[in-house]
Design a protein around this ligand. Structure first.
Ligand code: C2E
Ligand code: CA
Length: 751
């Protein structure tokens, strides 16, 4: 065993290694436990006191790294120093890691502490393994040089009888064998026969090709054969062997070709080091790095590796082969509710059960199931024929997920939304000129997007990737990205559509309708950008901007007219659309009040239009802002009445002033394309419904406004039915703010 002095605590620290913590009770305790474990394992022959001194310094550095905020990667230097201190038996590393795990158990109880501790230990192990590997390489090269190069190849043939080399060979700690170029083993040393569990005599005369192992990499033996042909002089590989007793060991194997004086290949000298412990340690670390700790499934990183390999393999098959690589991206529906109502532990159990069922259901067919994180899973269908094939796998996954899961004494049923994308050999069909540039990342992105389509289309279903829909989504996404700066640049503006009294044709107010005049001159309608703004949350500042704009415009129209006051006594209504999301902001009412104060527009002349669904909170109750707005005097109109939830029972309880009857009820059958469908799909007689809705509004003391009045007949009928106000192209189209004042004085002919 080595007798070189150990590095001392006072020695200058290695480059990049963390400075040790000052010896404290904590450090002393760790150093003592560590020394005891190393001495007990018999890993070094150093005197205990010297070992203790070394480990006190090392313990101080580990404590400083775990407790401090230095880069945990610096712990690699500590691993290197363990090797320098001759703790080269990998069992010594394992023993050290056990001591550290026990010592830091308390700190590793929090997720952050655990993450930091694992990072430090990982770096330490990595530094240890790399340093050991490097040392082994240097030692092997030294032996190789001593045996052959230095003495000249001509003498190499007589190596066995040569005293100096014989000693190196016989006593080397590393296994050494010499074979001829046919692969016949001529000599093995004691270290190698011990390692493989054979007597030396049992190995002599056998062929090196008897030691082919199923885990050998495909290029291993061709490389050795290239040596026997004299084409290669050195081969280094990690290789498994079965020992005589059947156990498997892992070795680091370096084979050197020795040539005769004429340069012809003569011997293969193999240096074999047992690296089983290190291999298992590395495999364990690698497994941890590539698998999800909760479910044991491959994680995102490993899945990407498999997907990349599958795409590479796909690119090697002939272009016209109908092969494809498919990805199913699965997201559980309503998982958050399970977590929120049954607790996170139960949520974890559900995820684990679903994960195992998916794996059991799909992996026997060769599909790889992985967890992306949260409640998202992916399935790689390595060889599929196309969308139909992939859809069948996705349907099976849906069925697996739908099977009830017993959790805390009850059966919980969940569903999933799945997006599928197949990337055929010929390309995705969406890349220019068939040169498909789609790699793993693009495919995953597309599958993820497609999964959201399945969610949007109603959940518990499979959506198939559609390049056209994807392009439209991308365009919308880009548009959403441009909206904040468009708001700052004042690109959003308003048109106004008159609200016309059906009794005398006078303009009783206007509805403000948003428009986006983009920087390149395009004018976009609200149906395009309002839903986007709602998704991104921009609707909140945008809505306020439009409200302020509308109040300023209305103020200027009425200020410019003599004898008219916007004091609410005169019935001029400025009607502005608002979204539920806007009104659900905690400070919504304060902000609206502030806009009214700032612009001087009276609350009693402001009307806010909300759809039926926007009136309600997610808990099914009316949103809280309504009452506060009503107290301010702001009127509330239900927009598109009749197309939404239509739960009439809530109407009389809400502070609502106006029902805007949806256009589909206004267009009588036979005179318009629009058909009225009830929720269950039955056609109904529009005039009857229209009449009933107008009566309903009046019974509840509300104003009835008809939308989409497109013809004189419609206007006349609405008038007969007693509808108060009409809005529509027949009466007046939406116009710019400058055109409104002229309309205010002139009654609209009702026909
Ligand atoms: P809405 O509230 O139902 O607004 C009326 C829509 O019907 C307007 O479309 C208007 O141009 C259109 N319209 C008017 N008369 C007729 C007619 O005779 N026939 C037909 N078929 N349509 C008619 P626009 O301007 O495209 O607005 C669409 C929707 O966008 C609005 O529907 C409203 O829900 C929303 N919206 C508009 N501006 C805003 C806004 O500032 N904020 C919010 N949150 N939503 C807005
Ligand atoms: Ca409206």
């Amino acid at each position: 065993m080595a007798a070189t002095p150990l590095p001392r605590p006072g020695d200058p620290p290695r480059a990049g290694a963390p400075a040790p913590a000052a010896p404290s009770g904590d450090v002393e305790r760790l150093a003592e436990a560590w020394t005891a474990a190393i001495v007990h394992g018999g890993f070094v022959s150093t005197a205990r006191a010297e070992l203790r001194r070394f480990l006190t310094g090392t313990a101080g550095r580990v404590v400083a790294t775990v407790d401090g905020d230095a880069d945990p990667g610096l712990a690699a230097g500590i691993g290197a120093d363990l090797v320098a201190a001759h703790l080269t038996d990998p069992a010594a590393l394992r023993c050290s890691l056990d001591v550290l795990a026990e010592h830091f158990a308390d700190r590793a109880r929090t997720p952050d502490g655990l993450r930091r501790f694992t990072a430090v230990v990982g770096a330490l192990s990595d530094g240890y393994a790399r340093t050991l590997q490097e040392r082994t390489r240097i030692e092997q090269e030294r032996i190789s040089a001593a045996a052959f190069s230095a003495r000249g190849v001509a003498e190499a043939a007589r190596w066995a009888s040569e005293a100096r080399y014989g000693a190196v060979f016989a006593h080397a700690l590393i296994g050494i064998s010499v074979a001829d170029v046919d692969g016949r083993i001529l000599e093995v040393n004691a270290a190698l026969s011990d390692m493989l569990g054979y007597d030396a005599s049992e190995l002599l005369d056998r062929s090196i090709f008897d030691f082919i192992h199923p885990d050998d990499t495909p290029d291993a033996w061709p490389r050795i054969q290239a040596m026997t042909a004299g084409e290669v002089d050195h081969v280094r590989l990690e290789k498994a062997y079965f020992r005589k007793d059947g156990f498997q060991i892992w070795t680091e194997l370096v084979v050197t070709l020795v040539r005769d004086p004429g340069g012809s290949p003569r011997y293969l000298v193999a240096m074999v080091e047992d690296v089983t412990e290190r291999h298992h340690l590395q495999s364990r670390l690698q497994h941890q790095a590539e698998h999800d700790p909760l479910t044991g499934l491959p994680n995102r990183a490993l899945f990407f590796r498999h997907l990349t390999a599958a795409l590479d393999a796909l690119n090697r098959v002939p272009p016209d082969t109908p092969a494809a690589v498919g990805v199913c991206y699965l997201d559980l529906d309503g998982f958050k509710a399970v977590n929120d109502t049954l607790g996170h532990d139960t949520g974890d159990q559900l995820l684990t059960t679903v994960a195992h069922r998916l794996e059991r259901g799909l992996s026997p067919d060769g599909h790889i199931v992985a967890r992306m994180g949260g409640d998202e899973f992916v399935v790689l269908v390595d060889q599929c024929a196309g969308d139909d094939d992939l859809a069948a796998v996705a349907q099976r996954a849906l069925e697996v997920v739908r099977t009830p899961v017993p959790l805390r004494g009850r059966d919980v049923v969940v569903s999933a939304s799945i997006g599928i994308v197949a990337r055929p050999r010929s390309g995705c069909g969406d890349c220019p000129a068939g040169r498909c540039g789609c790699g793993a990342a693009e495919l995953m992105q597309a599958a993820d997007t497609t999964m959201y389509w399945a969610k949007r289309d109603g959940r518990d279903r499979v959506a198939v990737f559609d390049p056209r829909r994807h392009r439209a989504d991308v365009a919308l996404f880009e548009m959403a990205g441009r909206m904040p700066s468009a708001l700052e640049n004042g690109e959003f503006e308003l048109d106004y559509q008159p609200l016309v009294s059906l009794s005398d044709g006078r303009v009783r107010g206007v509805e403000a309708l948003a428009r986006w005049r983009t920087a390149d001159g395009e004018r976009l309608g609200p149906d395009v950008f309002i839903p986007l703004a709602e998704q991104t949350g921009l609707i909140v500042p945008l809505g306020l901007h439009l409200l302020r704009r509308a109040c300023l415009d209305a103020r200027s129209w009425l200020d410019g007219r003599s004898g008219v006051e916007a004091d609410g006594s005169r019935e001029f209504v400025l009607s502005v659309n608002v979204s539920g999301r806007q009104l659900r902001q905690p400070d919504a009412v304060d902000r609206i009040a502030a806009v009214l104060a700032e612009t001087g527009w009276p609350a009693g002349s402001l009307q806010l239009e909300l759809t039926e669904s926007d009136l309600m909170s997610s808990g099914g109750r009316p949103i809280a802002a309504l009452d506060a707005l009503a107290r301010l005097g702001v009127r509330i109109a239900i927009d598109d009445f009749g197309t939404g939830y239509s739960n009439l029972s809530y109407l009389h309880r809400l502070p609502v002033d106006v029902l805007k009857l949806a256009g589909s009820f206004v267009s009588a059958r036979g005179t318009s394309d629009a058909e009225t469908d009830t929720a269950d799909g039955r056609d109904v007689d529009n005039p009857v419904i229209l009449s009933a809705m107008i009566d309903l509004a009046h019974t509840l003391g509300l104003v009835a406004v008809a939308e989409s009045v497109e013809t004189a007949e419609q206007a006349a009928r609405l008038r007969v039915l007693g509808c108060d106000v009409g809005q529509g192209y027949y009466l007046a189209t939406p116009v710019t703010p400058a055109e409104i004042p002229a309309l205010l004085d002139r009654p609209v002919p009702l026909g």
